[in-house]
Design a protein around this ligand. Structure first.
Ligand SMILES: [Zn+2]
Length: 60
């Protein structure tokens, strides 16, 4: 993990699927996949919890 980034669990506000996101230094939520969007195409995510996620879920 890049120093300064935190790994959290968030849900897509469009389709509700949960995924692990990185919170970047500027506060943006950034999904841990290639293009930075959900499978449904949305890039809006809402944090589920402020607890750090210990390990990646299904993303590569
Ligand atoms: Zn989605």
């Amino acid at each position: 993990m890049v120093r300064g980034e935190r790994r959290k669990l968030a849900v897509c506000t469009a389709c509700g699927s949960s995924r692990v996101v990185l919170i970047q230094l500027d506060g943006d939520l950034h999904p841990m996949n290639r293009d930075g969007t959900c499978e449904c195409g949305s890039d809006k995510f809402e944090l589920v919890s402020w607890e750090d996620v210990e390990r990646p879920v299904e993303e590569e």
